[in-house]
Ligand binder design. Sequence first.
Ligand code: GLA
Length: 416
Amino acid sequence: MFHVVSHPAPPIRTTRPEAERVASLISRLKRHPQVDPTRIGVVRAPLRICPLGAHIDHQLGRVTGMTIDQSILLAFAPTTDASVYVESFNFEPAVAFSLDHVPAYTPRDWGNYIRGAVLALQQTHRLQHGLVGVVDGEMPIGGLSSSAAVTIAYLLALEAVNHLEEPPENNVALVRFTENQYIGLNNGILDQSVILFSEREHLTSIDCQTLEVDRIPGPQPNGTFEILVVYSGLTRVLVGTDYNNRVAECQEAAGLLLSYNGQPNQEDARLRHVHPDTFMAEGQRLPLNLKRRASHYFGEMQRVQDGITAWRDGDLGRFGALMSESGHSSINNYECGSPQLITLYETLRDTPGVYGTRFSGAGFRGNCLALIDPSARETIAEAIHRRYPAAHPDEASAYSIHFCQPDGQAQICVES
Ligand code: GLA
């Protein structure tokens, strides 16, 4: 269940029950003349959090994640020709194109994700059918991987209407193509892997080098822990932030460390190619900014390993402490965040009932996340309301607080 705590301030945005959202999407879809009402499907792609393993997927590190009970929903039906037409409850205008002529990437256009998904599939398939779709997402954007979730929704729908059966591993690669090649974001595979592989009541761990996925059963939510997401009021797409610069800095650090150690400098060096002992021995030779990025990587790899042990042991206190250390390293070593996200992080870190907290996702915008003791909900919300709008009056009417539960993987939930 999803709850929003209200307070004197007006920052609350509620989301509607999912069945109601599905009904609205289907009713909008049926208005389209090309839609055969007997062939409507709905994809549900949940959003994700990454409690440990931040900013290391693009360096082939090991990451952790969970989905939450907030999702992108896409109702769709096949077209009998090559046309694609998608509307959104959140963005204008509708996107329309033919499978035979997929338009080029357009900055800040929500249509990039369906176009990228089509191009990704067309690398290896001749698609026979386009689709008509209506999409909806209700959570504030930023750090919860709505981009990966919507791309997965499009991929699953396009695969369904074209009778293709792609295993999740292939869909991981297809999302990667969309983001890296079409959109130009040099990110890793954290987001789509968590959304495609999550299982309820498990922490998912992905080794971004070997692509090995582990699902670790853990403390039961609903009573033991809950996921808190606090939206800062700031939304910005990742292309155009420092995201790609950080990836390049990590790669430069990797190349230098390999060369300090007398190893051949691979063209596409990543920090995973560097042994931790090499960083211990040679790290001080790096320029300060690169040393910080590498410190974040090696520290985060250790925290992921320790966090998985803590999770297995049911030790939420230890797991949470590692999350907050990870948040500290994101601010000080990875140097991301914004004053707003830092205030949220510090407020949550200092509030009783919070096991651990860090920025969600890339940390340049969007949301801060925490694992909390559900019985402390009210006091945690009060602490945020007390500190956040006073520190950031410009965001006073835009921020919001969301209590979520862990969820499962993306899938087609209505099929006809
Ligand atoms: C964004 C990116 C991911 C990952 C996270 C930070 O969500 O899309 O690939 O790098 O930031 O961990």
